[in-house]
Design a binder for this molecule. Sequence first.
Ligand code: SAH
Length: 265
Amino acid sequence: MNDEYRTGRMITNNQLPGGKVWLVGAGPGDPGLLTVKAAGLIARADAIVYDHLVGPGIIDQARPDARKVYAGKQASRHSLPQEAINRLLVDLAREGLSVVRLKGGDPFIFGRGGEELETLAASGIPFEVVPGVTAAAGCAAYGGFPLTHREHAQGVTFVTGHLKDNTVDLDWPALARPGHTVVFYMGISAAAEICRQLIAHGLAADTPAAVVRNGTLSSQETLLATLGTLPEAIARSGIKPPALIVVGSVVGLHAKLNWFEKAHP
Ligand code: SAH
């Protein structure tokens, strides 16, 4: 490994060391939100293993001769199971390649990045992690919802709204607090249950709630509602994943602050 990496300085034209994996966050979609470090690694890697949510145009920045493997997403028939991805990363690194494992958003936020690193560590493969702009940060910025605007929220919580056995097993009393913003990843199919639980645990039915789909891309869509009306609004609009649900009074600031959708109506 060369010193440039050790010190984290900008990557120049150096070749990447082989036999190593970089777990890299690609940001929420807009290729302009890639970090400089991520862009440098993508441009130099021998192999790139990427996910469904990696934004358009980002893979095109790879070397033409780089090996590109689509790992897809769990739900799709064409995706690789997690164990196969773990094995693939180990195999590519053992071939002596420099491998970029590219994930949407940030690799440590609902990204299973930790599981992949555990396999690499167990196999003695060296790795580095490059953070990315997580979907909540991207959607908040491009949706005009300052997640902790101090007149609205003292804190923000990121949770998974993934349905398991038709329920969402979350600490509802902790989430249904006033003066707090909650961002649900993967929550669209559980939206009715999420809204029902938050109201049952004390949040007012008129608490602002929004869905942001394809955040930071020109196809970004925002659905504004309240906890009481969101499930029906989702059903009526037919809005689909990938989307976040944002709950809290900061959602009300969208009308004033949505600079991006005004520019991409
Ligand atoms: N590691 C990613 C999250 C992976 S989980 C990150 O840090 O952002 C996948 C979920 O992320 C999706 O179901 C959706 O809820 C959310 N997501 C990812 N990209 C998004 C985008 N551009 N707009 C809205 N939601 C997004």
